[in-house]
Design a protein around this ligand. Structure first.
Ligand code: SF4
Length: 178
């Protein structure tokens, strides 16, 4: 459930061969059913899910303190992981110098998750919205959550302003980008 990319050169040209990013797949389930999905996470019954305990062991074994960022994305939606908030808190307190990037469809971006994202030093939050209208959204993602996500994105944005947090935040919409 983890991949790493090498960052082979320091600013002074020395060869480091240190990992750059650790990519954790947090679960194999999704609450959307996108027509373009690379798998069938919407109907997945595998039950496979990252736990805080597993992540702690992996992070220790790969010396996560040397990485520049952790990516929580793919293989279903990361926000559906039962330990998502405890994992964020653990990463923030144990590896404060490692950036955190999250990519999600945003359906489960409720108040508790939004608070945790803002309080745990997440550096980038990407929300895959995929459409600018309810009709296109439903056709592509096959769930009826467009209004809910728009509301949650607005709420998150307001909370971010209220807390004065500098997190980079995008609602990605490739099909209406032109
Ligand atoms: S949100 Fe991502 S993981 Fe979920 S169904 Fe769509 S493409 Fe697949």
């Amino acid at each position: 459930m983890t991949t790493a990319q090498s960052c082979n050169q320091a600013n002074d040209g020395r060869s480091l061969q240190l990992p750059h990013s650790a990519h954790f797949f947090l679960n194999e389930r999704c609450n959307a059913n996108c027509v373009f999905c690379g798998d069938n996470y919407f109907n997945s019954r595998s039950g496979r899910m990252m736990t805080l305990e597993k992540l702690r062991i992996i992070a220790k074994n790969i010396h996560l303190e040397h990485y520049r960022q952790v990516i929580l994305a793919r293989a279903g939606d990361p926000l559906l992981c039962r330990d998502f908030v405890p994992i964020l808190k653990y990463l923030h307190t144990t590896y404060p110098s490692v950036g955190i990037t999250i990519t999600t469809n945003g359906i489960a971006l409720n108040r508790e998750v939004s608070e945790a994202i803002l309080e745990c030093g997440v550096t980038m939050l990407n929300i895959s919205l995929n459409a600018a209208t309810k009709e296109t959204y439903h056709r592509l993602m096959q769930v009826d959550t467009f209004d809910k996500i728009c509301r949650q994105v607005r709420d998150f944005s307001a909370l971010r302003r209220e807390r004065g947090k500098g997190i980079a935040f995008t609602a990605f919409n490739p099909y209406h980008a032109l």
